[in-house]
Design a protein around this ligand. Sequence first.
Ligand code: DOR
Ligand code: ZN
Length: 354
Amino acid sequence: METIEITKPFNGHVHFRNGQMMKDVVPYTAQHYFGGVCMGNLPGDEVIDTIEKNLAYKGAILEIAPSFKAIVPLMVTQNLLANRKTIFPAAKKLGIRVYKFLPGGLSTNGSPGLSLYDFYTPAFREFFELLIENDCVFSCHFEVEFDTNGKKIDPRYQEEQAILFLQYLLRNFPKLKIMVEHASSWQMIHFIRNLPRKYRIGVTLAIHHASITFPMVINWRGKFVDSRLYCKPIAKYPKDREAVIEAMFSGDPRFFLGTDSAPHLLEAKIRKEKPAAGIFSDPISLQKYAELFDAHGKRKYFENFASIFGPEFYGLDPSKEKITLVKEAEKNPKLIAGIPVFLGGGETAWRVKN
Ligand code: DOR
Ligand code: ZN
C-alpha cells in the first residue's frame, strides 16, 4: 500500500472557538498538526485582545491538548490599539509575538469600527512601528469591504482590492513581518510571488481555496447553492484556484499550510439570513492536502509546505514526530458535534494511519 511519511505538520491558521465547541474541535487539529496559530476572534467581549484573555485562552487549549504548540495572537481591536504602549512590553515578556487583524464586518467576529483604511491613522502607524521594534508578526485578513465612496465591494473582489493596502505597508514599513492570511485570488498570489525576497512575508493557503469555486457556493442570481461552503475570503474561479495550487507546489518558503478550519453549527451555516462564514475542515484537511499533492505528482513539495516553512516563519523548530498517510479511500464525516465538516459525505483518497 502506498504511504507518505512526513514530519508532523503545522497549521498556520485555525479557529477553535471556546466552551464546548472548543472541546469538540481541538482534538481533530491536534491529532494531525503538532501546533498552530489559533485565532481569537471570539464573540463580543471575549475577543482575545488583552494579555489576560490571551493566557487564559492558551491555557484552555492546552487543557484539551497538552502537547499542542499553540501560538495565540493578540487580536487588534480599538481597545488593543489604545493600550498599545503598555501591551507591547508585557506581551513581549510572555513571548506573545503575533498580532492579528480581522477588519470588522468582513467575517465572523472581526474588530468593530476598524478596516484596512485605518492603516493610515496615527494609532495604526505607531502600532506598526512597535511591531517592527519588537520583531512581531502582523497577521492580517486582507480584504476590504467598501470602496472610497462607501460602496460595498463584491466579495469576489475584496481581496484583490486589498493589495493596495499591502503595498502601502510594504512601502511605508518595509521591515514589517507580515502574514497574509488565506490568500485566495490569483492577483494576491501573483503579487506576492513577484515581490523581492527582502520583504518579510508569509502566506497561508487553505485546502478549501484549492478545492472549490464560487459557482459551487453562490449561483448567477446571487443565491446560495451551498452555504456550508461559504467562507471569507469567498472561493473564486478556476484561475484563482490554480494560482493557489501552483503556489502550494512552488517550493517557495513564503507559502505554507494554514487550513482556516472555522467551525460553526449546522443551523448557523444553513440559516436563510446571513449564514455564518467559515468551513470546518481539520478532520480531513491534512488528508485532502495529501490527495492534492499526490494527484499532481508533487509529493516532494508536500513536507516543506505542510511541516517546515510554517514553523520557520514563526521561529519554531519543526516537530520531531512523524505522521504517516496511507493511500486508502475514506469517507468524510458529515457532521461532528453538530458542525458540518468540509466535503462531508464525500470521500478522500488518503487517510491518516492510526
Ligand atoms: O470564513 C471565515 N471564517 N473567515 C474568517 O476570516 C473567519 C472565520 C471564522 O472565524 O469563522
Ligand atoms: Zn481565519
